[in-house]
Design a binder for this molecule. Structure first.
Ligand code: ADP
Ligand code: MG
Length: 314
């Protein structure tokens, strides 16, 4: 029987540049269309690390080139731009793949705002690296001229780091649900959603942050009462002792086991840890919900129980 699946796409589903993205989304669309052809209801979300970094850099260059005319573009607007063009590519490729299979369904991207808490400790400790790598001298200049927070990223150079608060609520959730319930294929919560604060009255104010797509997708899956949260990434399974001789790939594990492995430090913060944490939160949110971490190319095999790391509440 068909399931409702929230598919969270990682960096490898979108590529690192515009031409790479055009090619990558074709394969991504094929994997998603297969799930839909199998009778599942699919909701798509995706990350935006490289893309939001690129847009932010382009907008900053514009400001520098003509400061009289262009003021710095807020990070929330850069996230919105990334949702727009990634959504366009996915929507375009998915429509084609579905029509090629004789499937007539509407495909739409919902620009999604996600509420964050202004008191989230993440605002005091920015941790998420975005965009290009810089030398220490360039980093110093960026800090002095633009007030950026810069941090050394795993020996590869300096990058801008931004706050990555936890999602509190999805503003457009009713709209997304209405489309999903009427059998449309929806792309939502791209790049973790456009981060906004609630202010006085009904105003929502953009926040200078990038929400982790794994956590936003988890929230989306819960609120849509999905059966499965599927996190598609660059590895077929999560592992304990990752990269070490005693490495062991994980098949089906319980929430409790997964929590223990997190506590033992098996998953790298900023890459595998948020996925496992999101998977745990979803599986623990209601009996019967399953979370799956696997490769994009293995999406169908994963749904049919043939591969991936599955986290369940037994
Ligand atoms: P995405 O763009 O899909 O979010 P990330 O690069 O952020 O991808 O995270 C996936 C990566 O996490 C894998 O490619 C792998 O190199 C790394 N990783 C870190 N710890 C683990 C682990 N314990 N098991 C598997 N992969 C891990
Ligand atoms: Mg990631």
């Amino acid at each position: 029987m068909g399931k409702r699946i929230v598919v969270a796409l990682g960096g490898n589903a979108l590529g690192q540049s515009l031409p790479e993205q055009m090619a990558a989304v074709k394969q991504t669309a094929r994997a998603i269309a297969e799930l839909i052809a199998g009778g599942n209801e699919v909701v798509v979300s995706h990350g935006n690390g490289p893309q939001v970094g690129m847009l932010q850099k382009a907008m900053a260059q514009l400001t520098r080139s003509d400061p009289e005319r262009y003021i710095p573009c807020p990070l929330s607007v850069c996230v919105a731009m990334s949702q727009g063009y990634i959504g366009y590519d996915l929507q375009n490729a998915l429509r084609e793949e579905l029509l090629n299979r004789g499937i007539h369904k509407g495909v739409a991207t919902v620009l999604t705002q996600v509420e964050v808490d202004p008191n989230d400790p993440a605002f005091r400790h920015p941790t998420k690296p975005i965009g290009a790598f810089h030398t220490p001298d360039e980093a110093k200049t960026l800090i002095q001229q633009w007030g950026y927070r810069m941090a050394e990223d795993a020996g590869r150079g300096w990058r801008r780091v931004v706050a990555s608060p936890k999602p509190v609520s999805i503003v457009e959730i009713d709209t997304i649900r209405a489309l999903v319930d009427s059998d449309h294929v929806v792309v939502a919560c791209g790049g973790g959603g456009i981060p906004v604060f609630r202010t006085g009255g009904h105003h929502l104010k953009g926040a200078a942050a990038v929400i982790d797509k794994d956590f936003a997708s988890e929230k989306l899956a819960e609120l849509l009462d999905a059966d499965c949260l599927m996190i598609l990434t660059a590895v077929e399974k999560a592992a304990i002792h990752f990269g070490k001789p005693e490495q062991q790939w994980l098949d089906t594990i319980s929430v409790e086991e997964a929590r223990r492995y997190c506590g033992e430090g098996h998953f790298a913060p900023g890459s595998m840890l948020p996925k496992v944490e999101a998977a745990i939160a979803f599986a623990a949110s209601k009996p019967g919900r399953r979370a799956l971490i696997t490769l994009l190319e293995k999406a169908k095999d994963g749904v049919e129980g043939r591969t991936g790391t599955v986290i369940v509440q037994p």
